[in-house]
Design a protein around this ligand. Structure first.
Ligand code: SF4
Ligand code: SF4
Length: 353
């Protein structure tokens, strides 16, 4: 499988990595089998975290005997020196190794947290000491949504890699602002949520029809890897078929043409504009309309063909969509620019018929 250099770390990483966030959902034996298979198929980058339940332990148990075949990346949300030191020690023990290739500050977001972690006595000093002692190789950070923190981290020169949520929908808008900056600064980019939590691997057929191109794991992963700023995409995996399919996509990777990229962007726009992620940022509504609940029923009705079920669920919604007075407050808050009042109108029409 093609490998790319992970920024300043100089690690040569497979373009498809193994996201180990879902390992707590499966048993040890299955974890062992899929991790071993991933290595057999050329995946050489595995990402986990202290916060992912027993994911570190399962990796340690399954493949620590093949330690020279993969790079391990893990992360901790600790902000202080002592807490980070303890977490590094715990990761080493769980992973049954004496060396972690990449250690990340997990989800640094708020300026106060960033300042705390970077200050004297902060987490960064523990990571630097661990690197000096040779128990970790490189330091990175992960971040969601907070572009300013991402930029600070990249520009600080302290980090060799960044992990961001990036896929064809680009819900967190990192494509234009963050990825080029990381590339220019030689900070390696690890793309998490490349399949939008599995949504892009099997989106509703209705959406696929309207998109006009196949929307599946292959399209989604190829789109990401066609961006040179990204070193590796790490779909979360828990089934053997996923490992084999994702590895096959990495193995057969060819850059998308300009025309293909354009079509994917258009399809992504269409999908983005028509599906509610249920994040709840649009709430509260002055009329007490529970927008995500109603839009979920609309999606069941339109995209999954569960018409009667959706109508039955809608009956139980206390404040119906026709209570919307179109004040527009929710539209301003929705990060995906959904036309909520229009969607609510449609929901009421379909679900109360
Ligand atoms: S536009 Fe409708 S749903 Fe949105 S906040 Fe206003 S009343 Fe609520
Ligand atoms: S309408 Fe927008 S803000 Fe509200 S839950 Fe859906 S995606 Fe989130």
């Amino acid at each position: 499988m093609l490998k790319r250099r992970l920024g300043k770390t100089n690690l040569m990483v497979s373009i498809i990595g193994f996201g180990a966030i879902k390992l707590p959902l499966i048993d040890r034996e299955t974890s062992g089998r899929i991790l071993s298979r991933a290595l057999d198929l050329g995946i050489n980058f595995i990402d986990t975290a202290r916060a992912y339940g027993d994911s570190e332990e399962k990796i340690g148990l399954a493949i620590s005997n093949r330690r020279d075949e993969f790079y391990i990346s893990t992360k901790s949300g600790a902000l202080t020196y002592e807490d980070m030191k303890k977490d590094v020690e715990a990761s080493l023990k769980n992973l049954r190794t004496d060396y972690i290739d990449l250690y990340l500050c997990h989800n640094l977001r708020y300026p106060d947290d960033y300042n705390r972690a970077m200050s004297s006595g902060g987490a960064i000093e523990a990571l630097k000491d661990a690197r000096r002692e040779g128990i970790i190789g490189h330091i990175g950070f992960s971040c969601h949504r907070f572009h300013e923190t991402m930029e600070r981290g990249i520009r600080s020169g302290l980090f060799e890699a960044i992990m961001v949520s990036y896929n064809m929908l680009d819900d967190e808008s990192v494509g234009e602002r963050i990825l080029p900056l990381a590339k220019e600064s030689d900070v390696g980019v690890i793309a998490m949520k490349p399949l939008a939590g599995g949504f892009l691997a099997s989106p509703p057929q209705e959406l696929v029809k309207r998109a006009g191109i196949p929307i599946n794991a292959e399209t989604a992963l190829k789109f990401i890897i066609s961006n040179d700023a990204v070193t590796t995409a790490i779909p979360g995996m828990m089934r053997m078929e996923e490992v084999e399919e994702n590895a096959r996509i990495g193995e057969n990777f060819a850059y998308m043409s300009g025309e293909e990229l354009k079509m994917v962007r258009e399809a992504a726009k269409l999908i983005s504009e028509s599906f509610c992620r249920g994040c709840g940022y649009c709430q509260p509504c002055p009329q007490e309309v529970r927008i995500p609940v109603i839009l979920r029923q609309l999606a069941y009705y339109k995209n999954y063909g569960l018409t009667e079920w959706a109508k039955w669920r809608y009956k139980m919604v206390e404040v119906k969509a026709d209570s919307c007075i179109q004040c527009g407050q929710c539209v301003e808050k929705c990060p995906y620019g959904l036309n909520i009042p229009e969607m609510l109108k449609e929901a009421h029409m379909l679900l109360s018929s």
